[in-house]
Design a protein around this ligand. Structure first.
Ligand SMILES: NC(=O)c1ccc[n+]([C@@H]2O[C@H](COP(=O)([O-])OP(=O)(O)OC[C@H]3O[C@@H](n4cnc5c(N)ncnc54)[C@H](O)[C@@H]3O)[C@@H](O)[C@H]2O)c1
Length: 261
């Protein structure tokens, strides 16, 4: 087991990619703290993990609130006995026409997706530095850090921020032996993407996604979790400041060359 004796935080670990990550890290021996805004999702994630024989706990947390982020980090150390790995996964999106979007919607997405990553990373790194732990932070970014979407501008901007936060915080923490990397998924089959896509392939949006995904299918949450595990483990001991795009080949394709869609 690659994470025996380690303690990991997974924000937004109640469902979707976060729950898959929590399970994968636990399978490799980590004790997992779920930091989740939705209490019932957090409790059910812990019940699932402990039911499978893993060590897990839950604290209600709004990642966009620095006090809540600090409480998450401190609670992890006191409840699970340390802190080695942080997966900044919690995220939201808002969809709408640029000309009609309220600034409050823009702020709400930036608060969770970018401010939340800063707040939790800082709180966790403070605990790691205090304990002398050479830990790992893994941020869940997105292909939209680089590829634009006109109807989800706040989301794209937030993920572009996470891209740069990964690199700059990686530099800031390198001399402490704390590595910071990110996974940039393409489209993953979760409740978040179900809000945008109908998985029925007759759906126009779904056809468009598949036409722009060389591997021809959506990702499973477990496939994102496998890359998170790699970046969190000692297998990635010499990697920091990297964003690994787990996207079925979307980023390598120049879509103007695809004449058949
Ligand atoms: N699904 C995709 O196609 C896709 C693609 C690229 C990146 N991502 C990113 O992956 C991450 C997980 O996405 P998902 O598809 O599993 O989404 P999801 O909506 O299924 O799960 C998100 C989880 O985060 C929690 N959460 C929301 N706001 C929070 C807050 N303020 N504090 C703590 N927890 C909070 C939610 O309760 C939920 O459990 C997000 O950062 C998302 O942007 C998803």
């Amino acid at each position: 087991m690659r994470l025996e004796g380690k303690v990991a935080i997974v924000t937004g670990g109640g469902r979707g990619i976060g729950l898959a990550v929590a399970k994968r890290l636990a399978e490799e021996g980590a004790a997992v703290m779920i930091g989740e805004i939705d209490t019932s999702l957090g409790e059910s994630a812990v019940a699932t993990l402990t039911g499978e024989g893993h060590k897990a706990a839950f604290v209600t947390c709004d990642v966009s609130d620095p006090a809540s982020a600090a409480n998450l980090a401190a609670d992890t150390v006191s409840t699970l006995g340390g802190l080695d790995i942080v997966v900044n996964n919690a995220g939201i999106t808002r969809i709408g026409d640029f000309l009609e979007t309220d600034i409050e919607d823009f702020d709400a997405v930036l608060d969770v997706n970018l401010r939340g990553v800063f707040a939790v990373s800082q709180a966790a790194a403070r605990e790691m530095v205090k304990a002398g732990t050479k830990g790992a932070i893994v941020n869940i970014c997105s292909v939209t850090a680089v590829l634009g979407m006109p109807e989800q501008i706040s989301y794209c901007v937030s993920k572009a921020g996470v891209y740069q936060l990964t690199r700059s915080v990686g530099l800031a923490l390198a001399d402490k032996g704390i590595r910071v990397n990110a996974v940039g998924p393409g489209t993953v089959q979760t409740e978040m993407s179900a809000g945008v896509l109908d998985y029925d392939t007759d759906n126009v949006a779904m056809k468009r996604v598949l036409a722009r995904t060389p591997l021809g299918r959506l990702a499973k949450p477990e496939e994102i979790a496998n890359t998170v595990l790699f970046l969190a483990s000692d297998d990635a001991a010499y990697l920091t400041g990297h964003i690994v795009f787990v996207d079925g080949g979307r980023m390598i394709q120049n879509i103007v060359l695809s004449f058949d869609d």
